[in-house]
Design a protein around this ligand. Sequence first.
Ligand code: ADP
Length: 359
Amino acid sequence: MAYLTLKNINKIYPNGYHAVHNFNLEIEKGEFIVFVGPSGCGKSTTLRMIAGLEDISNGDFLINGKRANEMGPREREVAMVFQSYALYPQMTVFDNIAFGLTLQGVDEEVIEEKVKHTAGILGLTDYLDRLPRALSGGQRQRVAIGRAIIRKVGVFLMDEPLSNLDAKQRVTMRSEIAQIHKSTGATTIYVTHDQTEAMTLADRIVVMKDGYVQQIGTPYELYYDPANVFVAGFIGEPPMNFIRGTVQQGKIRFGANELSIEKKLGAKAAQYEGKEIVFGFRPEHIELGRTAGAYQITADVELTEMLGDNTNVYVTADEDKAILKVDPHDTPEIDSTITFSIPVENVYLFDGETEFVIK
Ligand code: ADP
């Protein structure tokens, strides 16, 4: 039996806004689940329904198979880490981490041992006597996480916990959160709009858009086997290139280049004649030059961005545009004309109407 079950969960706010539609998910003990999607897609709402901070309008939420819709937050044994880590400014790091246990009247010796253990996991041992104002943003966030993980709970819920940190701190804290999860093994549900955070942290990712789940899968599955145009475009940086076109005589066009649909779909291609298709390929899945058997595209280089480990090459062919990721040593000249190849297995075709992947 799954540890947490969300069955057809819906949220309709009192003003009538339907923020979450038929959300279904089973979570195993110890899993690290990430909800990802653009701002306003219903991630926090779903997390807050799991936390017991928001009523579930419709559907069932089960903990260990037992209906938990009406349980209060304490009874659900969840701990939440919020975006704004409200620490008590007049209390030391020790007292901030200990706060929940102090309130519960836990024995002082036990508190001391637990705070020290937690501080050890979080690398805060040398900071226990400090006040929050004498800490960096990353250290404050670790204190907030410490406050949550010191309690023995079943599930950690994190709502954009890194969004107040600068880019460098975010990367550091991200690996620390992964480390904390490894050492505690606690079931975690983590909300973010950042696909890189989702990809690096999650066992499984739930991609959401406009209140609907788009796909649930491992980072590998979402990257290599996206269910639709939205997921394909959301996961990966720079995003997947999309060429939209109506199939004419088995082909769509990218500038003057003709791309055969049959090459990818075989006999199934015929049913798409006259229909709109989306041809997708990732910037990193191209080869410069002509590779036999692959799709080949000739285009003009508009701009190049050297990023160190790779170069982004912006190409155009008439009105059509794409981004290619190449080895910096192979960076083409701006304004030159290049040919690149896309191996057939690296091409994704989507139905232009439903936007679902065609297999
Ligand atoms: P996310 O976390 O993905 O950014 P939210 O779950 O916070 O999105 O919000 C989902 C949608 O529900 C948004 O359109 C938001 O404006 C709306 N919403 C959130 N809270 C309320 C509320 N209390 N009343 C009405 N609508 C709300």
